[in-house]
Design a protein around this ligand. Structure first.
Ligand SMILES: NC(=O)c1ccc[n+]([C@@H]2O[C@H](COP(=O)([O-])OP(=O)(O)OC[C@H]3O[C@@H](n4cnc5c(N)ncnc54)[C@H](OP(=O)(O)O)[C@@H]3O)[C@@H](O)[C@H]2O)c1
Length: 282
């Protein structure tokens, strides 16, 4: 890894993203921590600095559910830094009820899929110029069994939190595979991962039967955030994966993802829809 390496982690204020940022900072890289709340971002930065005084950390506030803020974030990064070695698209959430972003896009789709698509494609020239570089997206085993509902991508007709989440995580894989192909020969690798079932802020929300049950499962069966961040850190730093691209990792190993995730037509269709939504909100 470059001695002046720059690495971006979204959703760095909690859970898997926080630990990922912390461990990447330990390598000596400058870590750009992205969070939606200034106070939580400052607290996270201070927490890492108290553990690693020499850590090079820069905080960026952006609500990634908004196309406009994601584009601004990309502009800001491009104007401030001369290279990007690693981009970890980690921010994500599960919404029990259907919600829309400030720009009127269904939240799960906006945050979990559109934000990685927009941030990555907006920074692609810098990532290319900094090659060898790495793009990593935190997907989920929840993609298994999901399909892309192109007729109603934003669940306007009937909302299911789980289906919306599973679709967004399938979208992460379709995007990863499509981008990896588009970047063949560029020395920019593109991979996705499932972190495991991890006890984080994920699935928390107003107390309902779902959140209580989910919390109970987390208490008994979940990995710690430190354990859950291991595959992200591995993909960001290990020499073993320098030349590996277009793969889905679980427990630091490449594994097959669902059949639907390898659908070429869906890959291209999703790309076009995402590009259109990005342009509509420029
Ligand atoms: N936990 C699991 O079992 C599990 C399993 C499979 C996949 N994943 C995936 O792992 C990734 C990380 O999740 P986690 O478990 O670490 O959850 P988490 O503890 O809830 O952390 C999510 C991070 O995303 C940020 N975020 C949420 N909404 C945002 C927005 N609108 N704009 C910018 N940032 C926003 C959060 O910021 P705040 O601190 O402000 O809330 C937080 O930093 C997600 O993509 C999730 O889908 C998790």
């Amino acid at each position: 890894m470059q001695s002046d390496a720059v690495m971006i982690v979204t959703g760095a204020t909690n859970g898997i993203g926080f630990v990922t940022a912390q461990e990447l900072a330990r390598t000596g890289a400058r870590v750009l921590m992205v969070g939606r709340d200034k106070q939580r971002l400052d607290t996270s930065i201070n927490q890492i600095k108290s553990d690693i005084p020499e850590a090079q950390l820069d905080g960026f506030v952006a609500d990634l559910s908004r196309v406009s803020e994601t584009l601004l974030l990309a502009d800001h990064i491009q104007a401030t830094y001369s290279r990007i070695d690693v981009l970890v698209n980690n921010a994500g959430a599960f919404y029990q009820t259907r919600q829309e972003s400030a720009e009127g896009i269904e939240m799960t789709f906006a945050l979990n899929h559109l934000a990685p698509f927009i941030l990555t494609t907006s920074l692609i020239n810098m990532l290319r110029a900094s090659a060898p570089s790495r793009i990593i997206t935190v997907s989920s085993a929840a993609h298994q069994g999901a399909k892309m509902n192109f007729e109603d991508l934003q669940f306007n007709k009937r909302y299911s939190g789980w289906q919306a989440y599973a679709q967004s995580k399938l979208a992460n894989l379709l995007f990863t595979y499509e981008l990896s192909d588009r970047l063949q020969g560029s020395d920019v690798s593109v991979n996705a991962l499932h972190p495991g079932f991890v006890k984080t802020g994920f699935g928390k929300g107003p107390s309902t039967l779902f959140t209580s049950f989910f919390g109970l499962l987390q208490n008994y069966f979940a990995l710690s955030a430190e354990q859950g961040a291991q595959t992200s850190i591995y993909l960001a730093t290990s020499q073993e994966v320098t030349d590996v691209t277009g793969k889905y990792f679980v427990n630091k190993l490449p594994v097959a993802s669902s059949r639907a995730s390898y659908d070429y037509t869906a890959r291209r269709k999703l790309w076009d829809v995402s590009q259109q939504l990005m342009n509509d909100h420029r």
